[in-house]
Write a protein of this length. Structure first.
Length: 211
């Protein structure tokens, strides 16, 4: 299994479900993953997503996400950046059995990551369609997508999945929840460090003024 940058499980309780945006090329399996994480016994009946689907999912007692599944069609992709603004995390779905489109998927992923709107949010990559005989192994998908070149600003994790069998989805969402908690704790620490430094600086200025 591919490692994320760090693993850490801060004990913070969050009141609202995490806001997650799920992206990836058309037909990679986003909608199948969304419905499979909402209903364990879901039986397939999918039409291509016109623009987006949104569902609040609770794959286990302690996990709650509001997931936006945005169409991967070429004419919708320029809108992805607008959807990721304010997101707690991104899920990027890749069809592991479609060798021909892996470069296209990589290009879209790196375009997305380079946009300011994503703002360091963690990224979960689902290497989907692992049930198909020609699917690339997770380690190959990692190499083909050059995931190790992702900016160190992002926590990321690659999880092999099969939306058809329902394999790997809950495991991936659990890691995602840990990464979001870690990211939020890092931001909080950074802000409080900055506040303390500012306070210390303003105190020393006022002492200097008195002297
Ligand atoms: P867009 O709505 O066009 O962006 O596509 P999407 O990424 O939402 O893909 P969707 O979930 O509609 O799945 C596309 C096709 O792939 C469907 O026929 C699914 O049944 C199939 N599919 C999705 N996940 C899997 C999987 O894990 N294994 C297999 N064998 N087929 C899958």
């Amino acid at each position: 299994m591919i490692v994320s940058v760090r693993r850490f499980r801060p004990r913070i309780k969050f009141r609202r479900p995490f806001h997650v945006v799920m992206l990836g090329l058309d037909k990679s399996g986003k909608t199948a993953i969304l419905y499979r994480s909402k209903w364990k016994d879901w039986k397939e009946r999918i039409v291509p997503t016109p623009v987006f689907n949104v569902e609040t999912v609770r794959p286990s007692k302690d996990l709650r996400f509001k997931i936006w599944d945005v169409s991967g069609k070429e004419h919708i992709r320029p809108l992805w950046k607008a959807y990721v603004r304010q997101a707690d995390a991104i899920i990027f779905v890749v069809d592991s059995a479609n060798e021909e489109r892996i470069d296209e998927a990589k290009e879209e992923l790196f375009n997305l990551v380079s946009s300011a709107q994503i703002n360091g949010a963690p990224i979960l990559i689902f290497a989907n369609k692992q049930d198909l005989p020609n699917a690339s192994a997770p380690v190959e998908v990692t190499t083909k997508l050059s995931l190790h070149n992702l900016s160190s600003r992002h926590l990321w994790y690659l999880q092999p999945t099969s939306a058809v069998l329902g394999d790997g989805i809950v495991e991936g969402l659990r890691v995602l929840s840990d990464m979001i908690a870690q990211w939020k704790a890092d931001i909080k620490n950074l802000k409080s460090g900055r506040r303390k430094r500012k306070l210390a600086a303003s105190r020393s200025n006022s002492v200097n003024n008195i002297l």
